[in-house]
Design a protein around this ligand. Structure first.
Ligand code: GDP
Length: 372
């Protein structure tokens, strides 16, 4: 069943995110609803079941795969008596842990406050009622208003700070001159940093976790006497919190201002086609979808294939489509130069490099028509 498979993949991804954030996972719960409950997101029967389990096992946190509305968050926290995280909060937490430059830290802090603001009074009022008693009373309305004002001021301040850094970064980008700019884009964990290292012989941090790349890295690369700038960008992800899309403006500017995009895909991942769509969607949102692009299908070494039965009664599934079949499909349907590689083993690297060289040369020649 397709939707069931999707559900498992989504939960796998959420679990991976939670692990990246440092959590250990005890159990998954899923529920089929045509529409999320407006008050508690999940149905009351399910809520009861989970509540008992959580209490029994002494679980401290529940994580939801969607963004909860402020009131859903409040209601669930009151009902479950444990810490409730939603997808947005979890992703913000990972970004916060991994922000290295002051720019990235400022962006994440801004996104966190923007997430917090509409949820502020809800959180307080729930603490107020739940804990009660002397000394444990939550702040009254006036205090919430004060807190709101403090946060609003902080938000304006952070926005100002970002504006200043944005300007500096724009100048920096301008100062890089007219050299051709190439940006690696792709879903998170597809191997962008690994590829960056392999192409530029640099040492960018790569690990099997989501969002290892938070700050952009720019390297000068030379292929066959042709120099260009290569940028590693933040990994795109399904349902990226809107607060982050907005605040990572400069990171995305690297993509927006690139002359050529290298779209890296993890072909060994079952939902790689969904990932391609997510990335294309984001490119569309930032108006970068009409740039020249090279499709690089990575991790061919990890591609798993279950051979079809000879009588061919087995339905065609993702797993029994061979790498050659995928190649044929993508080579014919992609409007862009397309190559299949392993960044790990450097398989098909000459072919990929030639492809990058040809594309960069086209742009370079158009830009400097009178040079030889
Ligand atoms: P990024 O998030 O897109 O920058 O991905 P990374 O470069 O950090 O790589 C994510 C994980 O995939 C790491 O564990 C890499 O070692 C692994 N990886 C990258 N390229 C390949 C490849 O060609 N084959 C295999 N098997 N693993 C790879």
């Amino acid at each position: 069943n397709q939707s069931e498979e999707k559900l498992i993949e989504y939960m796998d991804e959420l679990e991976f995110l939670a692990l990246t954030a440092g959590a250990t996972i005890d159990k998954r719960f899923t529920q089929k609803l045509t529409q999320a409950d407006s008050k508690t997101f999940i149905g009351s029967g399910k809520a009861q079941e989970i509540k008992e389990y959580v209490k029994d096992k002494g679980i401290g946190t529940m994580i939801f795969d969607d963004e909860l509305s402020p009131s859903q968050l409040k209601n669930l926290e009151r009902e479950m008596e444990v810490k409730i995280l939603d997808r947005t909060n979890l992703i913000l937490d990972i970004f916060a842990q991994r922000a290295e430059t002051s720019y990235a830290r400022t962006q994440v802090e801004l996104a966190q406050y923007q997430y917090l603001l509409p949820r502020l009074s809800k959180m307080w009022s729930h603490l107020d009622k739940q804990k009660g008693g002397i000394g444990m009373r939550g702040p009254g309305e006036t205090e919430i208003e004060t807190d709101r004002r403090i946060i609003r001021d902080r938000i304006s301040l952070l926005k100002e700070k970002l504006k200043t850094i944005d300007k500096q970064m724009a100048t920096q980008r301008q100062n890089r001159g007219k050299m051709v700019r190439v940006a690696l884009v792709g879903y998170t964990n597809v191997g962008k940093s690994t590829l960056m290292n392999a192409i530029s012989k640099s040492d960018v941090f790569a690990e099997n976790k989501l969002f290892a790349t938070l700050d952009t890295t720019v390297r000068k690369v030379v292929i066959g006497n042709l120099p260009f700038l290569l940028t590693d960008t933040v990994g795109f992800i399904r349902k990226l919190p809107t607060q982050l899309v907005e605040s990572f403006k400069s990171t995305l500017d690297e993509v927006r201002e690139a002359d050529l995009l290298i779209h890296v895909v993890d072909i060994s991942h079952e939902s790689f086609e969904d990932h391609i769509n997510s990335v294309n969607q984001t490119l569309m949102e930032i108006d970068a979808h009409q740039k020249p692009m090279i499709m690089v299908f990575n991790k061919i070494d990890a591609f798993a294939y279950e051979k079809k039965e000879e009588d061919d009664l087995t339905p065609e599934t993702r797993k029994n489509i061979s790498l050659d079949e995928w190649k044929k499909t993508w080579m014919s349907k992609s409007q862009f130069p397309t190559v299949f590689i392993s960044a790990l083993n450097k398989e098909n690297f000459p072919e990929m490099k030639k492809m990058i060289y040809d594309e960069v040369l086209k742009i370079h020649t158009a830009r400097f028509p009178y040079n030889d």
